[in-house]
Ligand binder design. Sequence first.
Ligand SMILES: Nc1ncnc2c1ncn2[C@@H]1O[C@H](COP(=O)(O)OP(=O)(O)OP(=O)(O)O)[C@@H](O)[C@H]1O
Length: 214
Amino acid sequence: MLDARNITFGFHSQAPLLTQLSLSLERGEWLGLSGDSGAGKSTLGKLLAGLLRPQQGEIYADDKPLLSRGLRPVQWLPQSPELAANPRWRVKKLLCEAWCPPKSLMQDFGIQPDWLSRFPSTLSGGELQRVCVLRALAPGVRYLIADEISTMLDPITQVELWQAVRKVAERQRLGVLVISHDAALLGRLCSKRFHLAQGTLSTVHDARSAINQR
Ligand SMILES: Nc1ncnc2c1ncn2[C@@H]1O[C@H](COP(=O)(O)OP(=O)(O)OP(=O)(O)O)[C@@H](O)[C@H]1O
C-alpha cells in the first residue's frame, strides 16, 4: 500500500498547502483526484512519488519510506512530457533508460519503430506522452501518479492510452492515482474519488467503478 499519513506541506515560508492529509492507495486500486487549479494536486502527486518531502507526516510504499535514489517504486507522470524528456537523447535511449520495453508493449502504446531514432522535439506532444508513460512502467514500479496525462490527447488516443496503461496496471498490479479536472474520466477509470480543497481531501460519492467492474 502507498500510505501518506498526516502530511503537511507548504512551499518555502508560505502557509501550508496541504494540512494533516492522509491517503492510502492499494496495489491494483485506481483512485481519482480532482480539485481547483492551484489546490495542490500536483504537489500531492510529487510528495507521493518522493520528489518533494513533507514538513510533517510520513509516506510509505509497502511499509518502507520512499527512496530518494535508484528506481522509484512510485512514478509521477506529468502532463507535459517535455519535462521528463532529455532533448539531447534519441527516443530509443529515452525509452530504454531504466528498462527496454518489449515490442508488444510498444505496439500497445502505439509507438512506431521509426520514432526510436528521432529526437523528442520531432514527436508530437501526444506521441511523446506515450513514450514517457511507457518508460515509467519499468518492472519494480508499483504505483503510478498520472497527473493530467491524457489532457493533450484527442479522444481516440486518450482511450488507447488508458487501455494500454490498464493492461500493464493489471499485469503488474499497479496502484494508480489519476489526477484530472475531467470528472467523467475519473468516473470511468476510478473506483474511488477524492476532491482536494483547502489542504484536505473529501470523498466524492458519485464515482462509478467502471474499471473494476468490467
Ligand atoms: N516550486 C514551487 N514554489 C512555490 N510555489 C509553488 C511551487 N510549485 C507549485 N507552487 C504553488 O503551489 C500551489 C499548488 O500548485 P499545484 O501545481 O500543486 O496545483 P494543482 O492543483 O496541481 O493545479 P492545476 O490544476 O492548475 O495543475 C500553486 O499556487 C502553485 O503556484
